[in-house]
Design a protein around this ligand. Structure first.
Ligand code: PXP
Length: 239
């Protein structure tokens, strides 16, 4: 199971003082030392946390999978085509949201998403699409030619008890649906050291993309240890 660590929250802390620290590039180094299989960053249109310099530097040194989350806009496709991350995850983006709120409505943006996927794949970049756990979104992702989907686990993470069990089944069904269509399936959003366990046990899941809970834990125990502890929870067959 791939563990992709999202370092946006380190950049958010840096931007609180508009200074140079903490540096998301240094954070990526520690996350990798802790066992991260990938580093994720979200370059937003408004550059509210991660900026172009971060992408430049991370592309320069990250030896594991570099996953660029971005909107399917011409500007972002141009940047990705130049910087060549290992993979791109297409996400919806709203200026006022605190974090990505829902999956991308692929069907409603078919033409734009298809064009973005084609351009990125022509550059050798693997493309994932962040979608809600519904069959139609998985089918639309297949239709636009994506390599992977990332199933939004926010609904699962926000519930408890039977409601959460129901959401887990929705995620599981979407992962199964994706696998049946020949798409690789990832999951992410709102996962933490408690709720990740049931998600990590789902069959056919390729990877998990986690940010906030790891960085929050890192404030208390250090980033390398926080990643190592998450890796131990999500890893299959690790010592
Ligand atoms: N996956 C996607 C597509 C996201 O937008 C985010 C949030 O940036 C995450 C995963 C990570 O979510 P969290 O920070 O809640 O772990």
């Amino acid at each position: 199971m791939i563990l992709g660590v999202n370092i946006d929250h380190v950049a958010t802390l840096r931007q609180a003082r508009l200074g140079a620290e903490p540096d998301p590039v240094m954070a990526a180094t520690l996350a990798i030392l802790g066992g991260a299989d990938g580093i994720t960053l979200h370059l937003r249109e408004d550059r509210r946390h991660v900026n172009d310099r971060d992408l430049d530097m991370l592309r320069g040194f990250v030896p594991v999978e570099l996953n660029l989350e971005m909107a399917a806009t011409d500007e972002m496709v141009r940047i990705a085509s130049k910087k060549l991350p290992d993979m791109v995850t297409l996400v919806p983006e709203k200026r006022k949201e605190l974090t990505t709120e829902g999956g991308l409505d692929v069907r409603a943006n078919m033409k734009t998403v298809k064009k973005a996927v084609r351009t990125l794949r022509d550059k050798g970049i693997a493309v994932s699409i962040f979608i809600d756990p519904v069959d139609s979104a998985v089918e639309a992702s297949k239709e636009v030619g994506a390599d992977m989907v990332e199933i939004h686990t926010g609904g699962y993470a926000n519930k408890k008890g039977p409601g959460q069990a129901k959401e887990l089944i929705r995620v599981q069904n979407s992962v199964k649906k994706a696998a049946g269509l020949g798409l690789m399936a990832n999951a992410g959003h709102g996962l933490n050291y408690v709720n990740v366990v049931d998600i990590a046990a789902l069959p056919d899941l390729r990877g998990l993309y986690i940010g906030h809970s790891i960085i929050a834990r890192a404030v208390l125990v250090g980033l390398e240890r926080a990643v190592r502890e998450m890796k131990a929870l999500t890893c299959r067959g690790c010592p």
